[in-house]
Each structure stands twice: as structure tokens, then as C-alpha cells.
Design a protein around this ligand. Structure first.
Ligand code: PEP
Length: 249
């Protein structure tokens, strides 16, 4: 089995206007000048997707969405379909982010339906799971995360390109991170679910870590066994920080 290249994906969340494209251009210029060990992706807000995809044409930076609706089209005011993301130039999509699970009560079943929609549109899903602070304190991190994975990963992912991300809710945007041993423990449990569900293919699906990945902790986190990349929020907004994390892969 070949180990896929690590994936470093930037999640810009609801940050970024036209001028922010300069940060993406700076990332692309550096990545093209010195190809890194990792695949690099940026997931901007939907309003910037098309312009970013145009700016990244011919560059080694993939553009992705941050969410999609499970339907292909329809009367869903304010939503965006996977086909629309693909039409705008996206190649991947983040699904089940904890901010969406919390703000919009997204269930595992809904996330799984979104994954199906992403696959139908030819997008590579990055499916996210993570425990809250209370759940970790109660010793439930592994059970919560593996339960979310079982519920959010449909059987149709078999043989498809996708990644998963372990993102402890208490580590997102807080500057706090689990220890490398804690990350490894959860990633090993996730690997177990992936192999149980998808056999050999599950053994090679990248498991990203996300939650306060910064230039100063990226090397240690990315060197942790079973960490196949990073999902990066705040530190992906500036080219210098994001490039430092890419270089650590
Ligand atoms: C995220 O939103 O996926 C994330 C990991 O955020 P941050 O890096 O800012 O903690």
C-alpha cells in the first residue's frame, strides 16, 4: 500500500474578501516555486470560490468549499449544492465541521447525506469529527469520535478519494491542542473504523488533525503517527503562517 501525500487544507471560515486572494496567490507562488511534500488546499467562503479557482488555475493549490446541501438543486434559500461548488471550481469540500454541527444541529445522518452529494458531484470530502471539552473530561473522546465517524461516513465512500479530520471542539480557535499521544490515540481509533468500514482502502485514507495548528506546533503534530495532514483555520489566513505549516509536513 502506498501512503498518500499528506494534505494541508486551509479553512478560511467566514473570513476573506477580494483582497484576501493576495494571500492565496502568495501561497500558490511559493508552493509552485518549491513543491512541498504535502498537497495543499484552501477552502475560502463561497463568494471567493470562483475567483480563487481562477487565480489558482495551473497552480498546485486545490480549492474547496466549506459545506454543501445534500440536494443537487432545489428550493433551499441561502444554501449551496455540491454541484455548484464543483461548477465554481472546487475540487474538495469540508463536511461536518463542528461549527456547523453546533450552529445548525447537523446530525451524523445529515453529514453522511452531504458526503453522498459531494461524491455525486465529483468532490473529495473532508469529513470532520471531534469531542467537546466535557466529553473529553468524561473520558468519552474515543467513543464519541468513532461514533461520529461510523454515522457520518456512508458506504458509498468505498474506493473514493476522501479524507477525515479529527478536530477536538475545545482545540478549535483556542490555542489549546491535545498532546501528540492523545492525537495518536484518537487517530488510531479512527483508523480502526476506516479499516472496518473500507478494508485496505481505509488503511490509506488520510486522517488530518485540526485545532489550533500553528507554525510553532505543526512539525510535532504532523510527525505524530497516523497524522496524515492538517486542517488549519486561523493560521491559514495569512500566507506566511500557512506556508510555515505546509513546510512542516
Ligand atoms: C478549523 O476551523 O477547522 C480549525 C482547525 O480552526 P483553528 O485552526 O483556527 O483552530
Amino acid at each position: 500500500l502506498t501512503t498518500p501525500r499528506p494534505l494541508i487544507a486551509g479553512n478560511w471560515k467566514m473570513f476573506g474578501l477580494e483582497a484576501s486572494l493576495d494571500e492565496a496567490r502568495a501561497v500558490a507562488a511559493a508552493v509552485s516555486a518549491r513543491p512541498p511534500a504535502a498537497r495543499v488546499a484552501i477552502c475560502p467562503p463561497a463568494t471567493l470560490l470562483h475567483r480563487m479557482a481562477q487565480a489558482m488555475a495551473g497552480e498546485a493549490v486545490i480549492v474547496g468549499g466549506q459545506d454543501c446541501h445534500p440536494a443537487e438543486a432545489g428550493p433551499h434559500t441561502g444554501d449551496i449544492s455540491a454541484a455548484m461548488l464543483a461548477d465554481a471550481g472546487a475540487r474538495l469540500v469540508i463536511l461536518g465541521h463542528s461549527e456547523r454541527r453546533a450552529a445548525y444541529q447537523e446530525s451524523d445522518a445529515l453529514v453522511a447525506a452531504k458526503v453522498e452529494a459531494a461524491l455525486a458531484a465529483g468532490l473529495e470530502p473532508i469529513v470532520c469529527f471531534g469531542e467537546t471539552c466535557d466529553q473529553r473530561d468524561a473520558g468519552q473522546a474515543e467513543a464519541v469520535v468513532t461514533g461520529m465517524a461510523r454515522g457520518s461516513l456512508p458506504a458509498s465512500l468505498a474506493g473514493q478519494a476522501f479524507a477525515v479530520a479529527y478536530e477536538p471542539v475545545w482545540a478549535i480557535g483556542t490555542g489549546r491542542t491535545p498532546t501528540p499521544a492523545d492525537i495518536e490515540h484518537v487517530h488510531q481509533a479512527l483508523r480502526g473504523v476506516l479499516v472496518e468500514r473500507f478494508g485496505d482502502h481505509g488503511a490509506s485514507v488520510p486522517i488530518l488533525y485540526g485545532g489550533s495548528v500553528k507554525p510553532d506546533n505543526a512539525r510535532q503534530i504532523l510527525a505524530t503517527p497516523e497524522v496524515g495532514g492538517a486542517l488549519v483555520g486561523g493560521a491559514s489566513l495569512t500566507a506566511a503562517d500557512f506556508l510555515a505549516i505546509i513546510a512542516a509536513a
